[in-house]
Design a protein around this ligand. Sequence first.
Ligand SMILES: Cc1ncc(COP(=O)(O)O)c(C=O)c1O
Length: 340
Amino acid sequence: METIDWKSLPFGYMKTDYNVRCYWRNGQWGELEINSSEYINIHMAATAIHYGQEAFEGMKAFRGKDGKVRLFRWKDNWARMKRSANGIFMAEVTPEVFHDAIVKAIQLNPRFIPPYGSGAALYIRPTLFGSGPQVGIRPALEYLFVVFVTPVGPYFKEGFKPVKLQLVKDCDRAAPQGTGSIKVGGNYAAALKATERAKAEGYANVVFLDAKEKKYIDECGPANFFGIRGNSYITPDSETILPSITNMSLRTIAEDMGMTVEQRHVAFEELDTFEEVGACGTAAVISPVGKIVDRETGKEWIFSKDGNAGPVSTKLYNRLRAIQDGDEPDKFGWIEVVEV
Ligand SMILES: Cc1ncc(COP(=O)(O)O)c(C=O)c1O
């Protein structure tokens, strides 16, 4: 059995032993199936391939100091996948099928759950798509729900360091009243070109503005935006961003720390007034943002002069990670301990 160097693992895919699958046919979900293949045999006219009937989730499980494996906020990921399914007319996964498939996928791959203190975690990727064929544009009559897991390394290998983002106005990831608030593959395809351009130009990711007025901050690549000003945690309210479960958690923690939480439109000019900025999501929890550059005008906003994350972001990050690892009591009821 190969040994895994947990500390240098990327945020990427590694083959694990088993995945769990479940088909929706004839109007109902079948039994969970355990599979050791990384491949799925589907019809070439599957609606996922032609019409984008595909949604996914991303969540993590962590091994604690006590050896217990903690799954973070799975019910919120289930609820979001239900909304995604509903948004592109797919069969909705029941909470029982979702939960049991995730737990089974963790339990079947215990040797891939990273040890406490490594900074690595077991990433869980529930995926739902139309596997049945259609040539006319219609929803599929068959859906496949598959859950695979893969260990992912600590996001910040050199420590919790700020990144550079590029603000773009010539690309939208989602339209008003479109699919921006659900986790469907098409949103990511729409963002790829601007994201890869930003990376080629030396940035970690992009900041998208609202598609209609190009005035308000929307999504930060595959993460939500927040800014810190004084005692306030400020994050956009928008119909085109994905409601991040990390952001929800940080808002709760910020309030618990006595901060004021503002969820409202955030004009990008307000960047002038923030002391700290971060991008939040499952992968990194918080990516502190050191600098944002407007690609069109060249205007720069600097949030970190010394190359370090700000004190509030650091505190928020440490508290959320401590809850996930079981180092702090789960006072908000976010954790399920999975027997492995
Ligand atoms: C577009 C987008 N926004 C925000 C997030 C952060 O969401 P979460 O905190 O639930 O991972 C993600 C990642 O899932 C994402 O893909």
